[in-house]
Structures are given as C-alpha cells and as structure tokens.
Write a protein that binds this ligand. Structure first.
Ligand SMILES: *Cc1c(COP(=O)(O)O)cnc(C)c1O
Length: 475
C-alpha cells in the first residue's frame, strides 16, 4: 500500500481546483483554514495507507478526489456550522427538556434581538440619568401579574433554591416533608442543593404522609425556614397526606422569624386548572396563602427563557439581592429581555397568552390537532403513495417534569413504509440538517403535531419525500 502514497494529489494541486474554492466560499472561511483541514485529511490518508488500514476508494481513481471533497465538506460543515441548532419536535412533549424546553414567543424573540443588537438601559435609570438596577426592569410586570411585593431573577430555579437556602438558612435548620424530597431530571435533588448551601435539612413525616403536627414538633430555635417543594415530576396516589402552605403559614405565626418558602417548580401565571388541565396552583394563589417566598422556572409552564424567578416579601428579597451570590447567579440582558417579552404577553390577556408557544401547545384541543393531522396526512399521501399513513387517538405529555399526571388527548399521524424500517426512518429524520425528532412505537413512526409549528409541516413532508426517494435511487 505504501506505493500508493505518491499518487496522492499534492495540496498545491488540490488548492487550484474549483471544488476547493467553492468550499472556502460556501463556508465563508479563510483559505488557510480550509488548507489546514485538507492537510490533516491527507495526513490521515497517508497514515492509513502506511499501516495497511486504507479502505477508501483506489487512490489513483477519480472516486478518490471525489471522496476528498465529500470528506472535506463534512469536516468543514462540522467545524464551521453551529452545533446548537433548531430541531422540529414532533414528539408532542411540550416542554421537552432535551429539546430546550419552551420555544419563545415572537414578542420575546423581538425583545432579545433588539437588546442584543444595541446598547440598552440594563443598569441605567433613564428617569434619573444615573446607575440603575437590572432587577428593577422585569420586576414591575412580575409584581403586577402576581400580586407579589418584590421579585428577583437568577439563572434558573435550581440557582434560586440555592440562593434562598444559602442566604437565609445557612447553618440553620430547614424543615422539609419526606414526601417532598424530590429529584428532578436526575440532576436536581433538593437534599443535595440543601447540603451544598450549608443549610441543615430536617426531614419530617413519612414518604406518604406528613401532618401539621410533624412540622410543629420539628420546629425549634434553630429553625430558619419551612420549605415546601412542589412534587413536579411525580404524583403520589392512595393513602397520602401533605400539609398545604396556608396551614403552615397560620400555625407558625408564633415564630415570626421562621420563613415559609415554596419551591413551585414550574409556577404558572395562567390558570390551567380552570381549563381542566392539571392541578398547578397559580403563583398569585400561592402568594395569597401567605408564604414569604416562592420560586419557579422561567422556561417551564411560564413559556419563557431559562431563568429562576423569586417572588415574595420585600424585606426578604432585599436580603437576597444584597447577598454576594446574587452577583454570581445574575442573568444577562438577553434573558431579561426574553422574560420581559414573555411577561408582556401575559399582561395583554387571553390574546397575548395564545402567542406563547408552550401555552398554545398545552391548551390545543384534540380536535385542533386532528384537523391539522388530517390535512397533513393528505399532503403526505399526495407526495408518496408507498407510505402507509393513518391518524389515530393518543396522548401528549406536558414534559419538563411538570404535570406528570396529565395526559393531553391528542391525535398522532402514524407512518409506515413497506420496505424501510421505522428505526431507519427515525434515524434519517434525526440526521437531517434540520433534525426532526419523532416517536417510534413498535413498527411505526408517530408524529404528534401538537408541538410542530404550522410552518414546519412542509419541512417534514419534504423530509419524507427525500428519505424515501433516496432510499430507492441509491441503494
Ligand atoms: C424544575 C424544578 C427545579 C429546577 O428548576 P430549573 O429551572 O430547571 O433549574 C427545581 N425545583 C422543582 C420543584 C422543579 O420542578
């Protein structure tokens, strides 16, 4: 194989070709960057030849130069194209944690783009012409929407929990019901965050039952806080008892220094319960129950960017804002812009809420999904007769560790092909430039249009067309 080495075209010759120039043009990178990658690729070919490992096309053939350009293009597209990219979510799981949770509303996107492109009043008070606080910007709309006294935004809800515990309960006891010591998504465990924060966890009750008297007995001079954790991602049924926040609030009146804090997990501004979806308490109803603090995520059922929102008593929030960790956990201008854009939709009422994709998806009725699925199905049938397509009832999930008990009634489009296995179709959909993520069940691909935007439907149809055409022209 060593003899073949001298047939490898020289870098210099390759650089004179149209293919080389076209690649540099396509990826808009300097020639020397393309040169580097090409040198490395040829080095690899040489090494493979020397070690007798070469399995590519014959070096002297035209196929070999074609092979070089295909390889180089693939290397360049891997290195110079973004790796984090949009995907089409056809799973029906609305807040898919692996797929980036909540897609943002146009209003939120507009705000982010405007603030990203220019300078902004992030920390500048425009009325007084002097330094301002980034916290103040979004606080106003949050308070208006929830009735809270004060608010603060940090990176995510995990950061919010950590800050609250560290700033307000370090080296003191925090009482938590055993039934609420949850683990969310494998990476967030209340007990671990508590340990990191330096607060001392005092567990009360049993896994299935905690009574008010359990809290009462645990309370002592060392107690800084009673914490309630919303059991977002599981639901206990049967012989269970937990104590609602308002009962805890009323009994601890004799302990004015003990704070009651509820980690709400998702936290909703929109009352889904009223529409028969789940049992999430609204943020304002939790605040009304008299708790001192609540925290929740920005990118779960709120439908905004990743953020942790802390709301509650003004004096307590002021202590959090002054803590050194506040600087460590602070959010950037784009998060604040996206969050404010999202909140502005809520202040507009029903019409604005319908513009928040996550809320629209959760609230979409089964009939709406059916109508879209049927139209989609006809379009797909029109473009390829060999597919077996049907539409059937199924369920979608809310996801993101929220409303685990809720199964949203939906319709799915089932797609089968007599010769191509569903796992192969799934893989090809996933491997596309704009990947399409679907469900696979037994021998069929399932598409749940609940989470597919209308303008994405045509892209899915194109994808099926290409996959099936290619499978039969090349193989
Ligand atoms: C999701 C969740 C968290 C973590 O929130 P992130 O915003 O993902 O950091 C914390 N607590 C509860 C109860 C949750 O549901």
């Amino acid at each position: 194989m060593k003899d073949w080495l001298r047939f490898i075209p020289s870098i210099h010759d390759l650089q004179q070709t149209d293919e080389y120039r076209a690649l540099a043009e396509k990826f808009k990178v300097d020639r020397n960057k393309v040169h580097q990658r090409l040198t490395k690729l040829l080095d690899k070919v040489r090494a493979d030849l020397l070690q007798g490992r070469w399995t590519g096309p014959s070096i002297q053939s035209k196929e070999f130069t074609d092979w070089i350009w295909i390889q180089l293009e693939s290397i360049l597209s891997h290195q110079f194209a973004p790796q984090l990219k949009r995907v089409i979510n056809a799973t029906g799981t609305v807040l898919h944690t692996n797929l980036g949770r909540a897609p943002l509303s146009e209003k939120a996107i507009e705000q982010i783009v405007a603030v990203a492109r220019s300078y902004s009043n992030l920390e500048y008070n425009l009325q007084e012409g002097k330094r301002g606080s980034r916290h103040d910007l979004v606080e106003k709309s949050l308070l208006e929407l929830t009735g809270g006294e004060a608010a603060m935004i940090v990176n995510n809800n995990a950061a919010a929990v950590y800050l609250v515990l560290r700033a307000l309960a370090k080296d003191q006891e925090v009482i938590v019901s055993r039934g609420e010591l949850v683990e969310i998504g494998g990476s967030f465990r209340v007990s671990s965050i508590m340990e990191e924060s330096g607060a001392v966890l005092k567990e009360v009750g049993t896994t299935n039952k905690t009574h008010l008297s359990d809290y009462e007995q645990a309370l002592n001079d060392e107690t800084a806080m009673i914490m309630k954790v919303h059991t977002s991602n599981f639901k206990m049924i049967g012989f269970t008892k937990s104590v609602p926040a308002h009962e805890i609030v009323s009994f601890k009146e004799n302990y004015p220094n003990v704070l009651v804090y509820e980690d709400l997990g998702s936290g909703v501004l929109f009352d889904f319960k009223q529409e028969g979806i789940g049992e999430e308490p609204t943020i304002s109803s939790v605040l009304e129950s008299g708790v001192d603090l609540v925290s929740f995520s920005g990118d779960k059922l709120l439908g905004g960017p990743q953020a942790g929102i802390i709301l509650g008593r003004r004096d307590v929030i002021a202590r959090l804002k002054k803590h050194p960790l506040a600087r460590v956990l602070r959010v950037d201008k784009m998060t604040l812009a996206g969050l404010e854009g999202t909140l502005l939709q809520y202040t507009q009422g029903t019409k604005g809420i319908q513009n928040i994709p996550a809320l629209r998806s959760v609230r979409m009725t089964k009939e709406e999904v059916r109508e879209r699925s049927e139209a989609f199905m006809s379009a797909l049938i029109n473009c390829n007769v060999s597919l077996q397509i049907e539409c059937m009832e199924d369920f979608s999930l809310v996801g993101g560790g929220t409303m685990p008990e809720v199964r949203l009634q939906t319709y799915v489009v089932s797609v089968k092909h007599p010769q191509i296995r569903p796992s192969t179709i799934e893989q090809k959909l996933r491997g596309r430039n704009i990947p399409i993520i679907v469900r696979v069940r037994d021998e069929e691909i399932l598409l749940d249009l609940r989470t597919v935007q209308e303008r994405e439907e045509q892209e899915i149809i194109e994808a099926f067309k290409e996959i099936i055409d290619k499978s039969f022209t090349h193989d």
